[in-house]
Design a protein. Structure first.
Length: 132
């Protein structure tokens, strides 16, 4: 009896945690799997692709240190910023309530951490040679 009660409690806890963190979990599900369940990619946050520099600048993805408007003025022939990176920065801006430059820094530090690099840009591996 105690065994089945603990199995039920563990299952209920798992269901509650899955429901609580569903938005985070769905971001890690591949798009082909999402399409099997009838969900569009990026539907969880209402993300719409920003294809041009004008759309990206109007969405707030510009600052003094990262001036997309200069690209617009200069007639840059590229289509715009990388869509995946744009989505990640917008999500950080929304979730953390920070400005564009701070969101870019947070994203870059996340990329560094995933690759074993500290926020200062130096490797976290103790065996790495950083001075000669």
């Amino acid at each position: 009896m105690l065994f089945w009660l603990s199995v039920f409690a563990l299952s209920a806890l798992l269901v509650m945690l899955t429901f609580r963190y569903r938005a985070t979990l769905i971001a890690h599900v591949p798009n082909p799997v999402k399409s099997l369940f009838g969900q569009r990619a990026h539907a969880a946050h209402g993300y719409a692709a920003l294809a041009t520099f004008e759309e990206q600048a109007s969405a707030g993805l510009t600052s003094e240190s990262f001036d997309i408007e200069a690209n617009i003025r200069d007639g840059d022939s590229r289509s715009g910023l990388d869509e995946r990176s744009t989505q990640e920065v917008l999500e950080i801006m929304r979730r953390e309530r920070v400005n564009f430059d701070q969101a870019r820094l947070i994203r870059q530090n996340q990329i560094f951490a995933a690759n074993g690099i500290g926020p200062s840009g130096l490797p976290l591996d103790a065996k790495a040679v950083t001075r000669l």
